[in-house]
Design a protein around this ligand. Structure first.
Ligand SMILES: Cc1cc2nc3c(=O)[nH]c(=O)nc-3n(C[C@H](O)[C@H](O)[C@H](O)COP(=O)(O)OP(=O)(O)OC[C@H]3O[C@@H](n4cnc5c(N)ncnc54)[C@H](O)[C@@H]3O)c2cc1C
Length: 426
């Protein structure tokens, strides 16, 4: 029988709905005392969660988190900032709590390369950090060669705003200064990419701003896909809230996106040319550069992993989590990164104690705001399939077109607060 106090602690963790696999293993509650050095590269939602839960599952581990930024800037919530909504301050999270409360060592530096054969992480200044296990959560990078005319320099004129920070601020300024009657053009990338419903949430929230401040304007989404996440609920919300202000054009209708001229703010597809007042190009994506340069990606550009432990199929001492990995059909989201980090942490603690990983069950639950006070959501539960050696979807659901969007917005706000606390401790 599980003692009552321990049971309540276990329940408190499981009831958050995250990392069921780790809960199922029961290893949260067993500090192995085996020690070992775990280095984590990337202090985003994946990396910071892994650091916290590794230390929580085994306080004897030496956990080092390497991240170039002093504080993390969150993408979830950034679409609201672009539309002049939400609390921008809440999107910034420091690493102080993780360092002070959990004794996690934070190294503020960029990793230049991995010396996998010697199990060393090499920083940009040449310093080396040794590891027994490495967790890599470097997020995404862009395929700058995928769209003619759209490179890093062009993104400083026509922002992608798909990494939070100066790009988010630039897009927000452009929306603020565009004329009434103008066109905001968003290009949505092909799958897979960070945050599948993100472009459509962005279109909704920009429309929410325009309806109030520049009501003769339009938002046009040129999509590289023929359908998108939560489509029925998004389209219903657009009809009800914005009339014909938001228009979505599928790749079936316009064909390939062929060329971008950022200075002229034009986009050419196979069949047409569009001129925008604000141009937001969200380019095709791949795993963060470090993963690519370290030989951990396959021809898809993403990192194949063993979903039982998130160990790279190319190196069992290196685990890849978050947007950079591709464990079957899990979407690339902060929620997924957080679930994966917990499963990965439990597997590392087990492996350092000479035990096999437990079979995981992971969740993704993703909210999208369609107006300042209305949201929709989608959920997936993912289990391990031994035949496919992959995660497969066990069950899923989403807000129906006529769901209670105000209620969902309340849940979304509560989730944002508790999620940031789960990752960064406050
Ligand atoms: C507009 C937008 C809205 C979104 N909304 C949601 C949402 O509502 N819900 C949700 O679940 N998800 C949402 N997402 C997705 C979410 O932001 C990502 O899925 C999540 O951040 C992935 O976490 P990660 O740890 O893989 O990467 P990141 O959070 O990007 O963290 C990667 C970290 O690695 C660091 N790094 C990279 N290279 C190096 C290196 N060489 N050395 C050291 N450090 C390095 C970076 O500095 C960065 O801090 C949204 C995304 C966008 C763009």
């Amino acid at each position: 029988m599980i003692p009552r106090r321990r049971f309540l602690r276990q329940l408190a963790t499981c009831s958050l709905g995250w990392g069921l696999g780790a809960c199922a293993s029961g290893r949260y509650l067993r500090a192995s005392g085996s020690g070992g050095r775990v280095v984590i590269v990337g202090g985003g939602y994946g990396g910071a969660t892994a650091a916290r839960y590794l230390k929580r599952m085994n306080p004897d581990l030496t956990v080092t988190l390497i991240e170039p930024q002093d504080a993390y800037l969150s993408c979830p919530g950034s679409n609201e900032t672009i539309a002049g909504l939400g609390d921008g301050e809440a999107l910034v999270r420091s690493y102080d709590w993780l360092q002070q409360e959990l004794d996690i060592r934070k190294v503020t530096a960029k990793v230049a390369r991995l010396e996998r054969s010697r199990r060393q992480v090499v920083l940009q200044d040449g310093a080396e950090v040794p590891y027994d296990r490495l967790v890599l959560s470097p997020g995404i990078d862009f395929r700058w060669d995928a769209i003619e005319g759209y490179d890093e320099a062009a993104s400083r004129i026509a922002p992608h705003a798909w990494k939070a920070g100066p790009q988010t601020a630039l897009l927000a300024r452009q929306i603020r200064s565009m004329p009434d009657g103008g066109l905001v053009l968003i290009t949505a990338p092909p799958n897979p990419y960070r945050c599948p419903p993100g472009p459509y949430e962005r279109a909704s929230l920009i429309a929410c701003y325009l309806k109030k401040h520049k009501p003769r304007s339009k938002v046009l989404i040129l999509d590289a896909k023929t359908r998108f996440s939560k489509q029925p609920a998004f389209e219903q919300a657009w009809r009800e809230l914005y009339g014909d202000m938001v228009e979505w054009i599928s790749s079936e209708k316009q064909g390939r996106l062929e060329r971008v001229d950022a200075a002229a703010r034009t986009v050419e597809t196979e069949f047409d040319t569009f001129r925008a007042d604000v141009l937001n190009v969200i380019p095709p994506q791949k795993a963060g550069l470090l993963a690519d340069q370290s030989g951990l990606t396959d021809s898809s550009g993403w990192c194949p992993v063993d979903p039982l432990s998130f160990a790279s199929v190319y190196d069992p001492a290196v685990h890849v989590i978050g947007d950079a990995c591709q464990p079957g059909p899990m979407p690339k989201s902060a929620f997924s990164a957080n679930s994966q980090a917990k499963v990965c942490a439990a597997a590392i603690v087990a492996s350092l104690a000479g035990e096999p990983p437990a079979e995981p069950l992971l969740i993704n639950h993703c909210y999208s705001f369609v107006a300042s006070d209305q949201a929709i959501s989608i959920t997936g539960v993912y289990g391990y399939s031994p035949d496919e050696r992959q995660l497969t979807i066990r069950s899923s659901g989403e807000t129906p077109p006529h769901g209670d969007r105000r209620q969902e917005a309340n849940h979304a706000r509560a989730w944002q607060r508790s999620f940031r606390k789960d990752v960064f401790g406050y």
